[in-house]
Design a protein around this ligand. Sequence first.
Ligand code: PLP
Length: 415
Amino acid sequence: MYPPFRTKTTEKLPMPDRRSRMRTLRKAGFNPFQIPADQVIIDLISDSGTGAMSVLQWQALISASEDFSGQTAYRDFVATARRLFSMPYIQPVHQGRVAENLLFRLLLKPADCVVSNTHFETTRSNIESIGGRAIDLPEQRRPYCGNLNVKRLTALLRSTPVRMIVLSITNNIRGGQPVSVENMRRIKRICQRHHMPLIYDASRFSDNAYLIQEITRTKSTIPEICARMFQFADMLYLSCKKSVMVNVGGCIALRSKVLFEKLKVAVLQQESYPTSGGLAARDLAAMNIGLREAVDGSYLHAHWELLRGLGRALEKNNVPIIKPIGGHAITIPLKQDVPHAAFALAATVYHMSGVRGGVFNGQYRLALPRRVYSLAHLQYVAQAVGKAYNKPMIRLKAVNEPAEFHDFLVRFKKI
Ligand SMILES: Cc1ncc(COP(=O)(O)O)c(C=O)c1O
């Protein structure tokens, strides 16, 4: 299988030497998020907003006309999103976390309880900032390691009123594990019985659809699988920086007109005129094409082949990986005898090679930007991680203890 695209423009990679990388690490408090990007050779810290846009996206972006309201790009984006999500009301926003904030403020009251297969950091933080309680009920059973545990949900509902369910597809834990259509169907039935809305965090919906296609070996197309997934959701939101392959953007899709009217007021207060959602028309135009390319099976297949290639290369270099591989990243199990093992591994890999991986939920993760790197880049990554993993690592001591967003804000010094 070959990637379904060729390279039209290139970007020279920075080449900081080993000595300057140690200086950079010290300044960054040995936290990969705080390393300046121009000091990174290969960047696998996140797949969010880091994908390469296609010529069709750039073409749409350049030709979009910028107007205050009633933008053509808005109309086109809404039409595509309506078709794909099978929901009538579409509101663009400028990021996934803004969608969370706007929606949760309309739906939640202090002390409300929200259940998810696993809340992403910003999802949890947006719920908790309203005074709500975020409960994770992951199932983690193969092949659908992203499912929500229905048995535990049923048990919880006997003692605790739950306001709504947020199902993250894919589930970000361990790099994007898929949720099955059957799990969605069962959760929807429970939601109907308990009069709670079922909301999807669909930031990586196309990875989820692709993994369902692989697991079930169905002949159904990605848009057909998407339709099967979305039929159970009362509403959804997404960061368009992942599956939709734009550098900025997000969106909310609703079935309720009443909620849509309230949402428009909140968007006017916090973002901009609702037809822009805080974005330029050019961003909406790129999102419109990105939505179509997100469900192009050949792009998904190429992305997945590359991830699998990285997994094989890591194993060849004696690095264990957590299996099954998720839809957007590879997570590496940590050594028990190393203090702050995920950060120590991230710092050692960066020092040895200039490769930046990320630390999420205390785990070291190599996330794959879409349509950016080749297998040759990833073989270099695998060799670098192999050397770092199998040698003594940099030993770290924390110098601060952030109460929130720990992995993004914590700093260390070298022991
Ligand atoms: C599952 C999930 N939900 C929400 C978000 C937040 O999206 P954004 O970064 O666009 O604000 C992210 C970001 O990584 C995510 O992975």
